[in-house]
Design a binder for this molecule. Structure first.
Ligand code: FE
Length: 184
């Protein structure tokens, strides 16, 4: 191999490595984008993990933004099938945000194992995380849990939870957006 050929060989090698690195970058960006695309039809201008401004957005507007599976539960109060949600059996450490607006809702340390089929927590993250509303549908008297910022339906609160609160916040996975704690 002459000196010139040797240089060309290394240049081609470098080019291939760069092309592969760029392809991996693009794939990672697509994966991050698809996490948003699983919930939203279009860009969600109301989504923020830091804003505490209450949102008053009509359901007709949310219907344009949210994918049907999220819209039906969050805005029309439907319940996802037991044992089908992605967080019903899930114990990673991190924060759960509202999937509609990004409001911080729960921390994984308050999540506990249940056999009920939905992710369950014994307390919300802060005083602005959730709101409550009396729900008398299906001839039952229950406490509905809503997002404290956007009023989306999240699930219900029951009185059969573990200590220290004795409450069980029984949530729909589709309404939660999990973000793992950053590794130190
Ligand atoms: Fe919300």
């Amino acid at each position: 191999m002459s000196y010139i050929n040797f240089i060309e060989f290394n240049f081609n090698d470098m080019k291939n490595i760069l092309i592969k690195a760029m392809a991996i970058c693009l794939l990672n960006m697509a994966a991050a984008g698809s996490a948003q695309n699983t919930r939203f039809k279009t860009k969600n201008p109301y989504y923020s993990r830091t804003s505490t401004t209450p949102l008053k957005v009509s359901n007709s507007e949310w219907k344009k933004i949210l994918k049907p599976e999220l819209y039906q539960v969050a805005r029309e109060g439907a319940t996802e099938m037991a044992f089908t949600g992605k967080y019903s059996e899930f114990d990673e450490k991190g924060t759960y945000y509202c999937a509609v607006c990004g409001n911080p809702l729960f921390i994984s340390t308050s999540k506990f194992a249940t056999t009920c089929g939905w992710p369950s927590f014994y307390q919300p993250m802060g005083k602005n995380s959730v709101k409550y509303r009396k729900d008398t549908s299906y001839n039952m008297e229950r406490t509905e849990v809503l997002c404290g910022r956007c009023d989306s339906h999240l699930g219900h609160r029951f009185d059969d939870g573990p200590r220290p609160t004795g409450k069980r916040y029984c949530m729909n996975s589709v309404c939660l957006d999990f973000v793992p704690f950053k590794k130190k």
